[in-house]
Design a protein around this ligand. Structure first.
Ligand code: HPA
Ligand code: ZN
Length: 327
């Protein structure tokens, strides 16, 4: 088979996608109308034109504005269901979704509304699409550890509806050590631990995520190549890196996809995976990330495709028996 058909057709897990980042401009306008929320854009085209980012922060400002249309449980369900339909078309059989409760609770939306809507969509994804789905609650690192601790407390009544916690939002200036106590509490609850690190931030943040937070996976992690000792450790411990090539391109982490280091990470023996991050904002769902990256990096061939798919299941938090069936 041709390589693009292999990439499209192979079963895969998606481990790094923010469900609020799957909110397409059309759905933003539909929900704004349904909820009577006003947004500072005249049309879908006007909003899409604003998606010209220079770095992570320039994206986050627009991403949080887009999320302001989410008010009702049904809104969260509709957003997640739209993602699952796209994921099914891309042969995603396992999806671990990040969500940002603080973005919503700060606007007066309850934790119950957020988690109940998202979890109902996960249950339907399993039943109607055959996608195994799970939720990972992310703390916003630009907010305080105290705010994170209060968020964890508010979420614990729903402990059985999410499998883990992560750390996202503005990275530089908000190092992992800011959240050491919060993540210790999360580990006590038996939650799985991931963290964004080494997207724009230095390798020291990856070390901190591993050693201070107990991260089992690193989200992005592409800056790790600048630290040889870190690369050796990530390879030896097979710490999964959830890489998001189109995100890195749109946020100017790499000037072009041809300069992306995915091939270097794989060739160094790391458990790298391919993911979409915020597909509505970065120009593509997971298959588009695979297709454009392989097209831009001629050193990547079918062997790498197979490795990436296998890594995605190895790096997932599926139970071991289900994982072995996929691998
Ligand atoms: N980095 C940090 N925070 C985020 C991202 C990201 O790529 N996407 C959504 N929130
Ligand atoms: Zn992310």
């Amino acid at each position: 088979a041709r390589l693009p058909d292999v990439l499209r057709g192979m079963p895969k897990a998606e481990l790094h996608m923010h469900i609020e980042g799957s909110l397409e401009p059309e759905l933003i306008f539909q929900l704004a109308q349904r909820n009577g929320v006003s947004i500072p854009y005249a049309s879908v085209e006007d909003l899409r034109r604003a998606y010209a980012f220079t770095d992570l922060q320039s994206f986050l400002d627009i991403y949080y504005a887009g999320a302001s249309v989410l008010l009702q449980e049904q809104d969260f369900y509709d957003m997640a269901w739209a993602y699952f339909e796209r994921a099914a078309a891309d042969q995603v059989s396992r999806a671990e979704l990040f969500f940002d409760p603080q973005t919503h609770t700060a606007r007066g939306v309850s934790m119950d509304t957020v988690i109940t809507g998202l979890h109902r969509a996960c249950a339907d994804a399993e039943q109607k699409l055959g996608i195994s789905a799970a939720l990972i609650l992310c703390f916003l690192r630009h907010l305080s550890e105290e705010d994170g601790l209060a968020t964890l407390e508010a979420a614990l009544p729903y402990r059985d509806q999410f499998i883990g916690v992560g750390l996202d939002s503005s990275e530089v200036g908000h190092p992992p050590e800011k959240f050491t106590r919060l993540f210790a509490r999360c580990r006590e609850q038996g939650l799985r631990i991931v963290a964004h690190a080494g997207e724009e931030g230095p390798p020291a943040y990856v070390w901190g995520a591993l050693d201070l937070l107990g991260a089992e996976r690193i989200d992005h992690g592409v800056q790790s190549v600048h630290d040889a000792a870190l690369m050796t450790r990530l390879a030896k411990e097979r710490v999964p890196l959830t890489v998001c090539p189109l995100s890195n391109l749109k946020l100017c982490v790499f000037p072009t996809l041809a300069q992306h280091n995915l091939g270097a990470l794989l060739d160094a023996g790391l458990c790298a995976t391919v993911n979409s991050d915020d597909p509505a904002y970065f120009g593509g769902y997971v298959n588009e990330n695979y297709l454009q990256t392989f097209a831009a990096l001629p050193a990547l061939h079918a062997g790498h495709a197979y490795t990436l798919a296998r890594n995605s299941f190895e790096g997932s938090f599926m139970d071991e028996a289900a994982k072995q069936r996929e691998i």
